[in-house]
Design a binder for this molecule. Sequence first.
Ligand SMILES: NC(=O)c1ccc[n+]([C@@H]2O[C@H](COP(=O)([O-])OP(=O)(O)OC[C@H]3O[C@@H](n4cnc5c(N)ncnc54)[C@H](O)[C@@H]3O)[C@@H](O)[C@H]2O)c1
Length: 261
Amino acid sequence: MSSLEKRLLGKNAFITGAGSGIGRAIALRYAREGANVAINDLKVESAEQTSREVEALGVKSLVLPADVSDSEQVQALVERYFTEWSKLDVLVNNAGIGSTMETVSLMKEATWDRTMNINLRSVFLVSKYFAKQMVKAKVPDDQLRGKIINISSVRGKYGRAHFGAYSASKFGVVSLTQTLALELGKNRITVNALCPGLTLTPIYGNISAENLAKNNAHIALAFKPVGMPEDVAGAAFFLASSDSDWITGQSLLVCGGQHFI
Ligand SMILES: NC(=O)c1ccc[n+]([C@@H]2O[C@H](COP(=O)([O-])OP(=O)(O)OC[C@H]3O[C@@H](n4cnc5c(N)ncnc54)[C@H](O)[C@@H]3O)[C@@H](O)[C@H]2O)c1
């Protein structure tokens, strides 16, 4: 790709949970489009690995390990980000965990709390502390100050048995996306969410696409039963690019039709 075709050239992005799966794919897609990408993950080695892959694509990277459900760690991370880089154009709240597949009646309260903390509180904290800085960015009147992209789930729009805590946390992400879009609109910051369907990532352990599809027979009618992280990264690129500048408060299903089933 020539530098003229790189649509995110000169932009700075920060992605949570980018040491693996969907977050890593978004980091590499943004880097290929010319963006510098700061990488967060709980797992330091995974974050460093993605960061090396990003730098190998010819852009700058920064490793910011932290537990994004912890307020103190998030505040320290935001401070360090702005010590190293002067502006943030694209924030991606991606870090998350999957469902424990228990019914609500058998679910431990600790499971509920952990899911809410990692999948929803993290989006609140990271958005809160980054947005405080993003609104100060000096940009021409006809340009956006930045974009926030939250990774929800198809379960953030449609509940399902055994997804009690997970689905509630992801519905919360969709709701927070709408609120943030309204609150930050006047600051020229857009806020949107992606709602991926079943996507082959380490969140399911070491499993093949075929077996993942077999274990989820209810989605067998979708045109592609299992998506790849790059499928979600393509939509995350659209939401980071200027082609989506007049879109905010939306939660886009990226699931190949799985939501009908
Ligand atoms: N894979 C799917 O089928 C699917 C579908 C819909 C939505 N999602 C969502 O996509 C996002 C990414 O999931 P994935 O499938 O790529 O999973 P993954 O396990 O491959 O990656 C998630 C990353 O987040 C990190 N992480 C977890 N908790 C963290 C914390 N507290 N602080 C910082 N980092 C943390 C993990 O270490 C991991 O590297 C999640 O929010 C997930 O709920 C995934």
